[in-house]
Write a protein that binds this ligand. Sequence first.
Ligand code: 5AD
Ligand code: SF4
Length: 454
Amino acid sequence: MRKRAHINTMGCQMNVQDSGRMRDLLASMGYEPEENPHKADLVLVNTCMIREKAEEKAFSFLGRMAKIKRRRPHLLVCVAGCVSQAHGKAILKRAPYVDVVLGTGAVTRLPKLVEQRIATGLPALDTEMDQPGFGPLPGPRTGPTAFVTIMTGCDNFCSYCVVPHVRGREKSRPPDDVLAEVRVLAAQGVSEVTLLGQNVNSYGKKEGLCTFPELLEKVHAVDGIRRIRFVTSHPKDLSPELINAFSGLDKLCGHIHLPIQSGSDRILAAMNRKYTADAYMDKLSALRAARAGMAVTTDFIVGFPGETERDFEKTMDLVCSARFDGLFAFKYSDRPHAPASRLDDKVPEKEKARRLAAILDAANAIIQEKNQALAGSVLTVLVEGASKQAGNQATGRTSGNRVVNFEVPKGMENQLKAGAYVDVAIEKGHAHSLWGRVLPSGGGKKPWEMCHAA
Ligand code: 5AD
Ligand code: SF4
């Protein structure tokens, strides 16, 4: 009998990576992937709890699984990820139909837990926080881009954040392991890698491995890799050496995601971020000086406990002066274990919503203006595939991580498949994407290494 597993991945790229490993482990147990949870014999939900909404989403999905299980009693319901790590046994109380609960450190023990559940008939639970290894090398790839985990966990303890409590302490992966994985990916046709960690700037420090800029140089030397990206960086650890890498390493894309969270020093201190707004702005200027067209994106939290109108004004001033190329903003949400949840002076929900709308309005107007200013330039795009909008359109990204949509000219269908690098003459800039026309290959185009960072 064929067995089928449906995996629902919520949250960040860390969870996407973990789900990939669990998919492979389930395959080794004979489970084939299944899109439709109604047809599955096993459902695995990999949960996120960065904000309350994410956690609610996990429980509402579980509620739907309970209904399916009434009709398919043999269905095994497994809950992995950050909600499992934080709540463990309490999940079994709240959702007694759940069969397996495994935390973020128990990913590799999924097969054992499923077998244990089947053998004993009792729910299996594993929230041991022993550090996960970095797992086997990736299976065959078809797309041109891939994420490579270089570190797990976080040591920063920002006062609002649940991550250090559900992902454990920072641990870096030896450079040789990282390089082995990058080489395998390159041999499979991947040309763009994104190095992944909660705080890549402190890579290797604790273990005395090489520094992050040194790791970038090693990845840069791998044949077949044409673009390198990384996420995420903490502003306090952004070193001059890393800023220099944007001048010295051609393959390093001209984009950095550098979450600032607030423009008020008082709030930054209460968040335990360990930098001031001025220090952030100095680093922003240095980054922009290091690479022409450097794209900088960021995150903000609005309505942190005690955030006054004056604090928020400072955030709005910074949004206007920093002119970010992309921005995510979130309403502050109390999280279990995070010290800020115990602070008084909470900002009312309605006020948080007003501040969120104000920040997004201001930022989106600037982003659109910057995108429109790119009209008339020629940017190199890594084609990622067909565009969602129309059949004859394709989509890809620039070095600066901007999405570019373009029409595929007749006769060029074969040259413009996922993985191709093409020069696109930008014609229009929208709030979240660019529109352009593909230039014929060869026609005086610059090699990709010289491409404009935008
Ligand atoms: N409430 C709201 N936003 C949060 N983030 C992290 N924790 C919280 C929280 N408790 C945001 C931060 C971070 C992004 C991934 O999520 O902006 O950079
Ligand atoms: Fe990722 Fe944080 Fe969500 Fe966990 S809680 S999945 S680490 S974003």
